[in-house]
Design a protein around this ligand. Structure first.
Ligand code: URA
Length: 239
């Protein structure tokens, strides 16, 4: 066998081993790092369908008593770009899909008219999967109970960029108390404890921006959001 053939076979072998390892890692069968058992995600070995089923039956916090639907997430499960909001509202609770009400229509407009992407090309989810009654703010313990679902979603989707819509998503992803006005407009490192990332991949970068519901009340802030979104587009265009 010539050297060229040998090298080609070697490269193919390495590629197929890498593909196999990535798949195993994605399914949670191997770990990239050793962690203390208490830090380990309860969903470490769940794939997205299993995670969605588990979330669909979740009774871990009182929100399950008042919800109509569990709003897990929607979109391209291989997306480079993920949008994360706060929690489902009344429309989302009724339809079982994130961002379908008035704020959602604005988000769709940002994605489709502004970014010239399809809504189905990105992945959209929330910090909380169930609606807080009367659209009240999420409670600290609700976020703590529910966020392992989102963390596992991020691990499985492995986006390059996450747009954190509003202060709750930004706070959770950056583990900070700094307000959205200070955070927005710049990329931040993801600061989710124990988030597993494939060996040759980078953790997602986070772009916090105003929540679309805030934009409905403050249309002047749309200009800022568009500046933030242009940075996201430029980042994605770098490959
Ligand atoms: N607001 C959110 O944060 N998420 C939704 O899904 C809808 C409104």
């Amino acid at each position: 066998m010539g050297t060229d053939n040998f090298r080609k076979e070697y490269i193919e072998l390495v590629a197929s081993v890498r593909e196999y390892m990535e798949e195993q890692l994605k399914l949670g069968f191997i770990e990239t790092e050793l962690r203390e058992p208490e830090q380990q995600s309860p969903y470490a070995d769940f794939d997205l369908p299993a995670l969605a089923t588990d979330a669909g039956n979740c009774t871990k916090c009182p929100l399950h008593e008042t919800r109509n639907s569990v709003v897990f997430g929607v979109g391209n499960t291989n997306a480079d770009l993920m949008f994360i909001g706060e929690a489902p509202g009344a429309d989302e609770d009724r339809q079982g899909e994130p961002f379908v009400g008035r704020a959602g229509q604005l988000l769709t407009q940002i994605i489709e008219s502004g970014m010239e992407l399809k809504r189905a090309d990105v992945y959209i989810a929330n910090v909380l999967k169930c609606r807080p009654p009367g659209n009240r703010n999420p409670e600290v313990d609700e976020v703590a109970t529910c966020s392992p679902y989102l963390i596992r979603q991020i691990e499985l989707i492995q986006p390059k960029v996450i747009v954190a819509l509003g202060s709750f998503a930004a706070r959770m992803l950056l583990d900070t108390k700094i307000g959205i006005t200070k955070l927005r407009g710049e990329f931040h490192e993801c600061n989710v404890a124990g988030l597993r990332v494939l060996p040759h991949k980078k953790p997602p970068v986070i772009m916090p921006t105003y929540h679309p519901a805030y934009l409905l009340r403050n249309p002047n802030a749309k200009r800022d959001v568009w500046e933030d979104i242009k940075k996201v587009l430029a980042f994605l265009a770098q490959g």
